[in-house]
Write a protein that binds this ligand. Structure first.
Ligand code: HEM
Length: 144
């Protein structure tokens, strides 16, 4: 977590059909409220909803990874139920879009982070080390 906002291509596909027209609309100094969007598309706008800066479309704040093994589902819309799914996203699920973070651009046509299956296993093992045992002993989390 670095308290910054990034577009990591989680739900960009749902905005794709309207994105060009939306940007054109915003460049004409019109507000987002005058543009028809579905609930899902509104959620995919991310930080843009607060800043109204076009470059912020699809950016979300990096969440803490502390106790991450206990806090599924993951991402802003809770689309991933396991850490394996999250790592699959970084390995092969990143959806390209105009504000995708450059760190997730492998080439002009490939997006994500280059990870072997062994890397994924080790990263997940590491993420499990971020679990606070005191937190686990809290009665509210007894079922974990
Ligand atoms: C192998 C490297 C990485 C790992 C293991 C990792 C792990 C994770 C995990 C487990 C989550 C879900 C957190 C939650 O929902 O509570 C997450 C979300 C997120 N990560 Fe990463 N991450 C990695 C690389 C990156 C990079 C390079 C960036 C920035 C360019 C980034 C930015 C974010 C953001 C913005 C979210 C929130 C996305 C959303 O809410 O839709 N991560 N990451």
């Amino acid at each position: 977590m670095d308290n910054r906002f990034y577009n990591i291509g989680v739900g960009a596909k749902s905005l794709e059909p309207v994105l060009k027209n939306l940007i054109k609309h915003l460049k004409q100094e019109k507000t987002i409220d005058e543009f028809a969007l579905t609930q899902q598309q509104i959620s995919e706008l991310g930080r843009f909803k607060h800043t109204q800066i076009i470059e912020d479309i699809g950016k979300f704040k990096t969440p803490t990874l502390r106790n991450i093994s206990l806090t599924a589902p993951y991402m802003h819309d809770g689309r991933f139920w396991t850490l394996d799914d999250v790592l699959d996203h970084y390995q092969s699920g990143v959806q390209n879009n105009p504000t995708l973070d450059p760190q997730l651009k492998l080439s002009d046509t490939e997006f994500g982070i280059s990870l072997t299956d062994d890397d994924k296993t080790k990263i997940i093992q590491f993420l499990h080390t971020l679990t606070d045992q005191d937190f686990l002993e809290d009665r509210r989390f007894a079922e974990f």
